[in-house]
Design a protein around this ligand. Structure first.
Ligand SMILES: C[S@@+](CC[C@H](N)C(=O)[O-])C[C@H]1O[C@@H](n2cnc3c(N)ncnc32)[C@H](O)[C@@H]1O
Length: 226
């Protein structure tokens, strides 16, 4: 075995939120700060007066975000659509869904789809949530730990510098179109680029955008209430 393989890839296990998830080199190792995104989504869904809600997640990876949310909410009927550009990620999600199904209300429905962000989707959602790839392939590379670069899937981490802004503009436009009135858009992002993404999101959604910090007091998430 190659030296320096992250422990999670050796044990095929990662702990996230309230559960243990299967993980291997096909997908990103979940990061603890992403739990904040789950908390925000759970809070929104639990406090909503709606009894049926529709959730879309872009970039499911292991499935930690969606499966944690589905486990946490018991008193509503949730429809969840998980999208990823990587078949490997969809396959790993399925393993985790199978393992956690007994903790997920039978009233929830889960669909998975290979896709690029929300392209081609026409149905609307009450929650759009994502931890997308958000590291610039060139500019940010020197700050990325060697172990991350070497072992984690690049599709989960990096976007080419020259399409970075357009990638998010398109994602925001798609989300703005598909977010129901009263819904929420929640996204994780890079501490160095979040302020710029906030400005873009504000222009596209034409709404005020909240920046939420992570456990290290770094700007990490965008939250937009429609
Ligand atoms: C940072 S990982 C997040 C994985 C998981 N949700 C988590 O929080 O641990 C980003 C995920 O987005 C997927 N992805 C990358 N580009 C995408 C695209 N254009 N459309 C949909 N998913 C994409 C990757 O395959 C990867 O699974």
């Amino acid at each position: 075995m190659k030296q320096g393989v992250p422990l999670q890839y050796i044990s095929k296990t990662s702990y996230f939120y309230k559960s243990e998830f299967f993980v291997d080199q096909r997908v990103l190792i979940p990061r603890s700060e992403t739990e904040i995104l789950v908390e925000k989504a759970c809070e929104f869904v639990s406090n909503s007066p709606m009894t049926k809600m529709r959730i879309a997640e872009v970039g499911v990876g292991t499935g930690v975000i969606g499966l944690s949310l589905l486990q946490e909410v018991e008193n509503k009927e949730l429809y969840y659509l998980g999208i990823d550009i990587s078949q490997d990620a969809i396959d790993v999600f399925k393993v985790n869904h199978f393992r956690h199904a007994f903790k997920i209300s039978g009233d929830h429905k889960v669909d998975l789809q290979i896709g690029d962000r929300l392209e081609g989707i026409e149905d609307k959602f009450d929650v759009i949530i994502s931890n997308p790839p958000y590291i610039k392939e060139k500019d940010d590379l020197k700050l990325v730990h060697k172990q991350v670069k070497e072992f984690e899937p690049h599709v989960a981490l990096f976007l080419p510098d020259d399409i970075y802004e357009q990638w998010f503009k398109d994602f925001f436009s798609q989300s703005n179109k598909l977010l129901n009135d009263g819904g929420i858009f929640l996204m994780e992002g890079h501490e160095s680029h979040l302020d710029h993404l906030k400005t873009l999101a504000q222009e596209i959604f034409n709404k005020s955008v909240e920046v939420i910090k992570d456990y290290n007091d770094q700007d990490r998430f965008l939250s937009i209430r429609n």
